[in-house]
Design a protein around this ligand. Structure first.
Ligand code: ABU
Length: 456
């Protein structure tokens, strides 16, 4: 087994410089890879199985995997993951996860140096969606603490406000929390995809006139498709005036908190909000999935989430058992890989990487400016998302179908993976994201050369 570990790691260290897998239909994959659990394999065969797992998995470690809002992870994060697996504990109590508990607190305090909450507490969550749900959950407890015991039956409908470009996690949270999806109010966006604050004010007014409770605004710092930042400061003013909880979904945009440049201004006013989501598996280059939820409200997590367990697991009221603050019992020691990466690379890693990616982003804006004959950029990018269409050579060609087919051909080549999105206004378009710390300008030059060669 030790030898297999060595071989696996040796393969892992080479992944960054290797190509991406070509797409394979699921029926073909099920035929090719022996999935059956009826017969077991010996140790020699196990090594071959591991080879096959590498062969048929998407190489997200390649800087040319630009398909999702996560990409390559650092080797320090891998080492942390290995330790998490070997130490195999849960974050429920301090006595079973002493170091991981303290590491989580240190990470939260360090992140708060960039945010500036007067008081901070938080938790690693299974992902950004979960952290956003916690934001809405804390909002409910803050305004309507009695719902913890009696549920929603005695209270008027509660409304949550998000921009129409926000992530779908708020919609899922509405379903799960019993408010119902229809209680999610979609606020209009400005032409550059930011929440329209006037429309927010109108919708809050309408909500109140209907006798509903405006409970929470979820702003987005870095939307999934356009990378847009809602105006946090302006929205905060509205929330303060109306006494509404303000949660910011910075799952994707969180790294901009460390920027020396313009994107740092996108977080103006963040120190006054109520809670925030940041995903460490996205632009922080940790491993999937590491949502982090932070709030400025003392003890709200404990008040909202505690319940039970005192007869057998939580022995001491005064202990720093994070299980008392969490909706989960078992919780992964996600702090360990994040802490290990941070400790070995320092806080400067975040500054350097955001500044590096901002440089590439500037180059890319110029690239589109200089190549308008071939590519149509559909927005003014302010972060790491570039939504564009390749312009067909003849005006009779259907641009949506054309771009979709180009993407399929790109995938077939197996050198780059870039996602697509669609909306009513623009049709189908490429969504290119700068998601990888090792991405370089020449890699993107190659990407556009490849697109050109596919269309010729
Ligand atoms: N949690 C949002 C991820 C979306 C994406 O990877 O594109």
């Amino acid at each position: 087994m030790e030898e297999l570990f060595k071989q696996t790691l040796s393969k892992a260290f080479k992944l960054k410089d290797q190509g991406l897998q070509k797409p394979i239909p699921h029926a073909q994959l099920a035929e090719t890879f022996d999935l059956s659990l009826d017969d077991k394999v010996n140790s020699e065969q196990l090594a071959k199985v591991v080879d096959q797992i590498f062969k048929y998995s998407v190489n997200t470690q390649s800087p040319h995997f630009l398909n999702q809002l996560y990409g390559g992870s650092t080797q320090e994060a891998w080492l942390g993951e290995l330790l998490v697996a070997i130490l195999n504990t849960s974050m429920a109590t301090y006595e079973i996860a002493p170091l991981a508990t303290l590491m989580e607190k240190e990470i939260i305090a360090q992140v708060n140096k960039q945010i500036g909450f007067k008081h901070v507490e938080g938790l690693f969550t299974p992902g950004g969606s979960y952290a956003n749900m916690l934001g809405i959950h804390c909002a409910r407890h803050f305004h309507l603490p009695e719902t913890k015991n009696v549920g929603l039956r005695e209270i008027p409908p509660c409304k949550i406000f998000v921009s129409s470009d926000a992530h779908y996690s708020s919609k899922k949270a509405m379903n799960l929390m019993g408010f119902g999806e229809e209680s999610l109010v979609l606020v209009k966006t400005s032409p550059n995809h930011k929440m329209d604050v006037n429309d927010l004010k109108d919708k809050i007014k309408q909500c109140k006139s209907e006798g509903s409770i405006p409970l929470c605004v979820v702003s987005t710092a870095g939307t999934t498709v356009w990378g847009a930042f809602d105006p946090i400061q302006e929205i905060q003013v509205v929330c303060q005036e109306e006494n509404i909880w303000h949660h910011v979904d910075a799952a994707w945009g969180g790294l901009a908190l460390w920027s020396d440049n313009k994107s740092n201004q996108l977080f103006e006013g963040v120190e006054k909000i109520d809670s925030i989501t940041i995903d460490f598996h996205k632009l922080f280059a940790s491993t999937v999935t590491k949502g982090l939820f932070l709030t400025s409200h003392k003890n709200i997590l404990r008040k909202a989430n505690s319940g039970g367990g005192d007869k057998y697991i939580f022995h001491d009221e005064e202990a720093i058992d994070t299980g008392l603050y969490s909706l989960q019992c078992g919780r992964r020691a996600n702090s360990l890989p994040v802490w290990l990466q941070w400790k070995s690379r320092g806080t400067d890693q975040f500054k350097q990487k955001i500044n590096h990616l901002e440089g590439i982003s500037e180059w890319l804006v110029n690239f589109f400016e200089n190549n308008q004959k071939d590519f149509k950029l559909l927005h003014s990018p302010e972060y790491m998302n570039f939504c564009f269409q390749v312009i067909p050579q003849t005006s009779e060609t259907n641009i949506n179908k054309y771009n979709r087919e180009l993407r399929e051909k790109l995938m077939e080549r197996g050198n780059f993976m870039v996602n697509f999105a669609k909306d009513e206004k623009n049709g189908t378009f490429f969504r290119l994201v700068l998601n990888h710390w090792e991405l370089e300008q020449h890699g993107l030059e190659k990407f556009f050369q490849e697109l050109q060669s596919i269309r010729d």
